[in-house]
Design a protein around this ligand. Structure first.
Ligand SMILES: C[S@@+](CC[C@H](N)C(=O)[O-])C[C@H]1O[C@@H](n2cnc3c(N)ncnc32)[C@H](O)[C@@H]1O
Length: 419
């Protein structure tokens, strides 16, 4: 298959066509799904490369002269460009877990329904976000978009209705800035391990309330992860807290190290509690949107995280009322979900700059035995409010088999004139 670049600056000229192979891009071995192959091609195209696919779908021949160094630094699905390791292959090696995509701080907190980080790096490339521009994720969840944007030098605004999501997204993207201070506090951990006290409180006593907020947030999240371990895996809190804190500290040290090794110029990240139906942002102010709305109608996020939300001192009934997909009962719930989805889409259209892109990952969930046609609803409403569907890619999902098997990656472009 041959593909030429959409980018007029880099489309092949007759001179270049005399040199059909000007380089190579080798896919990661774990790229195994059709949607990944499609996204890999879209990212190459957006980065200005024309290519041929070769070698049983494991590598591409580059056909035009693009900025190979920029390609090497930005790609998500390619292990090497012209034989040189991509930045992503070096970043994703900094992984303290057994799961290939949970590198750096991505693993922190067991959140259901996370994005695959590699896909988000590719998405940032596909919608053409440059370093210094700003991406919005109005349903930031566990912070995947924020962390991937930060690594690529793209600024990110992440909002979520859940204070637990706000906390984890902040910790994942800010703790590396105070990694050494955090490591110094960890010297106290052996003392805690010995302590025969109510460790849940001792865990927080580790840092004074006057300490930098990023440090306090870090230990707060460590406590919540340990709580989650003790509730879900029946581990004892003290050892869970000590081992999680050590692993978290190693992960933020890794982040700081790779940032320096690769000379990454990180994007600025702002994470706040907010409502996607009423964004605290000006019209036409955002360069791109990458998000996935709640599957809440199928997945009860509040119930899943009740122990952590309560430990944060929050009223779960109050939060439930702000959650898209959890308002109302039975048929009213479906109606409210659809209305809330439309409102959040209108808000995305309002804040996005004209001619810029919104990439939304969404599936049709099953609720009370019926399939909800959220994909169709979103696509239809988007068209009515000036967001044109430019691409739709089918994607398989895992882990939610009973409520959803497939989802779609929808890419919309905002009209020049938008209502
Ligand atoms: C599918 S999850 C997003 C997961 C995210 N993509 C990630 O990688 O972790 C959807 C998120 O929407 C949030 N949410 C629900 N109602 C909301 C609202 N009204 N405004 C903003 N966020 C909301 C939930 O807390 C949940 O974290």
């Amino acid at each position: 298959m041959r593909c030429t670049s959409d980018n007029p600056k880099t489309a092949p000229h007759s001179d270049e066509q005399k040199h059909p192979s000007l380089g190579s891009a080798k896919l990661f071995g774990n790229v195994q799904f059709i949607y990944e192959l499609i996204l890999a091609q879209l990212e190459l195209q957006s980065l200005g490369a024309a290519f041929d696919m070769t070698d049983e779908f494991s590598s591409f021949t580059l056909l035009n002269v693009v900025d190979n160094e920029r390609l090497r630094r930005r790609v998500a699905y390619f292990q090497t460009i012209n034989g040189a390791s991509s930045d992503y292959s070096l970043i994703s090696r900094k992984n303290r877990t057994r799961s290939v995509n949970q590198y750096l701080t991505h693993w922190m907190y067991p959140y259901k329904g996370k994005f695959h980080p590699q896909m988000i790096r590719a998405a940032l490339n596909i919608i053409g976000l440059e370093s210094g521009e700003t991406v919005l994720d109005p349903f930031v969840g566990s912070g995947t978009t924020a962390l991937e944007a930060q690594l690529l030098g793209v600024n990110c605004i992440g909002l979520d209705a859940s204070p637990l999501c706000v906390l984890q997204s902040k910790v994942k993207t800010a703790s590396h800035e105070v990694a050494r201070n955090i490591r110094a506090y960890c010297e106290e951990l052996p003392r805690l391990e010995q302590a025969d006290v109510a460790l849940e409180n001792a865990a927080l006593d580790l840092v004074p309330s006057t300490a930098d907020q990023r440090i306090q947030d870090f230990f707060h999240l460590a406590k919540l992860i340990a709580l989650s371990d003790s509730v879900r895996r029946r581990k004892d809190f003290a050892s869970a807290f000590v081992s999680r804190t050590k692993l978290m500290t190693q992960s933020i040290m890794d982040y700081d190290e790779i940032r320096r090794e690769l000379g990454l110029s990180l994007g600025r990240v702002v994470i706040e509690r907010g409502d996607a139906r009423a964004l605290p942002l000006s019209d036409n102010s955002i360069d791109g949107i990458i998000t996935s709305p709640p599957y809440a109608i199928a997945l009860d996020y509040i119930k899943n995280d009740a122990h952590a939300l309560q430990a944060l001192g929050l009223d779960t009934h109050e939060i439930r009322r702000q959650f898209i997909g959890l308002r109302g009962r039975m048929n009213e719930r479906v109606h409210l979900y659809n209305e809330d989805m439309k409102r959040s889409l209108e808000e995305m259209a309002r804040v996005l700059k004209p001619n810029k892109f919104a990439l939304i990952v969404i599936g049709n969930a099953t609720y009370r035995g019926s399939t909800l046609e959220s994909v169709e609803l979103i696509a239809k409403h988007a068209n009515e409010i000036g967001l044109r569907l430019t691409k739709s890619v089918n994607k398989t999902i895992f882990g939610l088999y009973n409520v959803m098997q497939k989802e779609k990656v929808l890419i919309f472009k905002k009209d020049e004139e938008c209502i």
